[in-house]
Ligand binder design. Structure first.
Ligand code: TRP
Length: 329
């Protein structure tokens, strides 16, 4: 029996955060044995905002280095850069022509991002979901591990696949979102009511995977809590403390009850330092490996070229089938 296919990706814009690691990459590690996995760096999606070209190039490599440093084995997973498999852009265009303006304008991410970048509401930002659908459908992915915020994009992907299949016959596998309930949703340290975001303006809100130990400690010490001085899991009334507990739980695999007991009678000061140290310790080997990889660009190049070649094998087959069906020579 063949393995189920997984595809996911992270945009190449901005530096990766503890949220990206605990919420996404760390989960991917558990899937590499059981599934056939494709992980890409969505650098074409990054063009929907303005980037410094050098920074974009570097970020692309940094994300690849993070994937590997975090433990994604390039022998077992296909790791590739979206732009290097030209089928993505091609199928993206084709799917644009099967996507309605109405459904695209209902996307919450489009609405949010147009508000944030009101000086650059470009057509790419609008058709972003069709390109994402192409990413997924090219590989006939069964499952797409994503955060809650991407669920709507998965829905439109499924709608597009079904629409296409209905007109032209079985072409695409209908993918499912793989949003793990227990997977960590890490919130900002300064604003624990919204997701930790790599584009946050307050740098104390975010732990970047590249942060030095002293910086991590400092940011945790400054994390917003409350005045009760009691470590208790209550996201509604104690969002700050609950978020720190989530982080600690994700890293140590302890339950909330265990954590509450561990810090019973202790103040937030101790608690914050313990959480910070757990993060520092967890990230240390990843950071070391990451630096080593970034100093070895030749190796990274070898991995992404091999990844693109493997990805292209599958993607080109799907695209050929699509073209044949719609009458594109
Ligand atoms: N839109 C996703 C995000 O911002 C990134 C992404 C692009 C993606 N293409 C994808 C995720 C395909 C899963 C599958 O998080």
């Amino acid at each position: 029996m063949s393995k189920k296919i997984i595809l996911s990706g992270i945009q190449a814009t901005g530096r990766l955060t503890l949220g990206n690691y605990l919420g996404a990459i760390d989960n991917w590690l558990t899937m590499q044995e059981e599934y056939e996995c494709y992980y890409m760096i969505a650098n074409l999606h990054s063009l929907t905002v303005r980037n410094d070209p050098e920074v974009l190039k570097n970020n692309t490599l940094k994300i690849l280095a993070t994937y590997i440093a975090a433990g994604l084995n390039p022998e077992k997973n296909t790791l590739f850069i979206q732009s290097q498999v030209s089928e993505h852009a091609e199928l993206g265009w084709i799917l644009d022509c099967y996507t309605y303006m109405g459904e695209l304008s209902r996307m919450t991410q489009f609405k949010d991002k147009s508000q944030k970048h009101s000086d650059n509401i470009n057509a790419g930002l609008f058709t972003y979901p069709a390109l994402m659908a192409a990413d997924i459908l090219l590989y006939q992915a069964d499952l797409v591990p994503v955060g809650e915020d991407q669920r709507q994009h998965l829905e439109i992907t499924r709608d597009l696949a079904e629409r296409f299949n209905k007109i032209y016959g079985e072409t695409f596998v209908i993918p499912e979102a793989y949003v793990r309930k227990e997977s960590a949703r890490i919130m900002g340290l300064q604003d624990p009511t919204s997701k930790m975001s790599k584009s946050a303006t307050n740098l104390n809100d975010v732990i970047f995977l590249e942060d030095e130990p002293e910086v991590i400690l400092k940011k945790f010490k400054k994390a917003v809590t409350d005045s009760e001085n009691k470590v208790k899991f209550d996201p509604e009334n104690k969002p700050g403390v609950s978020n720190l507990m989530q982080i600690y739980a994700a890293i140590t695999n302890k339950t909330m009850e265990q954590i509450e007991q561990e810090f019973d009678g202790k103040g937030y000061g101790d608690f914050k330092i313990t959480v910070a140290n757990s993060v520092i310790e967890k990230l240390k080997p990843i950071q070391d490996k990451y630096q080593e990889l970034l100093n070895n660009k030749e190796y990274l190049e070898k991995i992404y070229l091999k990844g693109a070649q493997e990805a292209k094998k599958i993607a080109s087959k799907t695209l050929r089938d699509v073209k044949d069906k719609i009458g594109i020579l």
